[in-house]
Design a protein around this ligand. Sequence first.
Ligand code: GLY
Ligand code: MN
Ligand code: MN
Length: 452
Amino acid sequence: MARTSRTSTTKAAPRAPVSPFARRRKQLMRMAGEDAIVIVPAAAERVRSRDTHFPYRQDSDLLYLTGFPEPDAVLALIPGRRHGEAILFCRERDPEREGWDGPRFGPEGAVETFGVDDAYPVTDLDDILPGLLEGRSRVYYHFGRDAEFDLKLIGWLNRVRAQVRSGAQPPHEFLELGHLLDELRLFKDAGELKLMQRAADISVAAHQAAMRAARPGVAEYQLQAELEYVFRRHGAVPAYNSIVGAGPNACVLHYNANNGTARDGDLVLIDAGAEVDGYASDITRTFPANGRFTPAQRALHDLVRDAQAAALAQARPGTHWDAIHEAAVATLSEGLLRLGLLRGKLEKIIADGSYKRFYRHKTGHWLGLDVHDVGDYRVDGQSRVLEAGMVFTIEPGLYVDADDPTVDAKWRGIGIRIEDDVLITKAAPRVLTDGLARSADEIEAFMADARG
Ligand code: GLY
Ligand code: MN
Ligand code: MN
């Protein structure tokens, strides 16, 4: 978001076309109804150690509704309010502080740049918010996400309640904001898809850089550096902690120590994705450090690849979400039997979950402003039906414990996952991350090429 000049204007600027943010606010207000108020605070800054902070990341809901990047802010949406429906509270300009921490929009800049109807200093919240709550019967808010803000909200409510005998009408229904907003966020608009495609493209380039740099003896953190160099070079940040696991480290699902070394003959599993303007991508590839799969590694990789293809074949409007996972589980279980890692009857292995010894996680999740994005997976007790505009990952894997005595030694310590980002369209699904080598043959060819 480019910052425009913050000089004050006396005349109203020509009316700009409705921004996607304004459209989303309108839509949310329509869903909330005329007697509601919606309250969305900014994410808090978090201390990393003593007086240094983690890089600031705005709350995804506030980003979705405003694009406003600063901490210490609160959005209030008050449908039908005559003096403005979208009110932002934010930090005031402060040349002294801005000299240390960088520029702030200030209330005036916030109105100009983010198109809210009005903005006030965040220090005025205590004075103004009770008046905005008064006369509204329902409050939509994320209760329990930020305990400190919860208490403030209760304080403002109590201020209104204290005025009941003077005729004040305090809200009497408190509703989970996610119930409305998650449903909106689940369906991506054209602007969001553009950002998600860009995040995917940067991630593809990052994974390619890591594959090019792979060789026996490389440290996991060196491959992480290759990935994140590409992210930063394009102005992106990691959407989550990059996972770079060589050899048996690939079997640790949320591994991110990234301090091991790839030996000759090891596979390397990389699960890493860029975030662009808040939008995540999420890719996993598993490749041999030396550029050539062993027959055992290839057999398991082919199986995971087949499971991903089977799952992708289900990614159509009208299919149930669970069908994606079920297709992956059926293919993996059948392959585990065929390769001798499991014994017994296919139906039983699936029904009793014995495949989970090698496949412990689900086959995907919604993807968007959060890497594990919002949205219900079940509706009215049923698995959700897929619809155009939904984006999710498909990420089957197999993980064989390095010390598993029940399987042939050649399988032990192999961990493989293949993860891509998929958009449901009216026709065939669009794989946002399709540009990256996926099958064992494609990976070997890419790595051979990279090595000249
Ligand atoms: N990188 C987190 C996940 O794949 O779900
Ligand atoms: Mn994922
Ligand atoms: Mn992932």
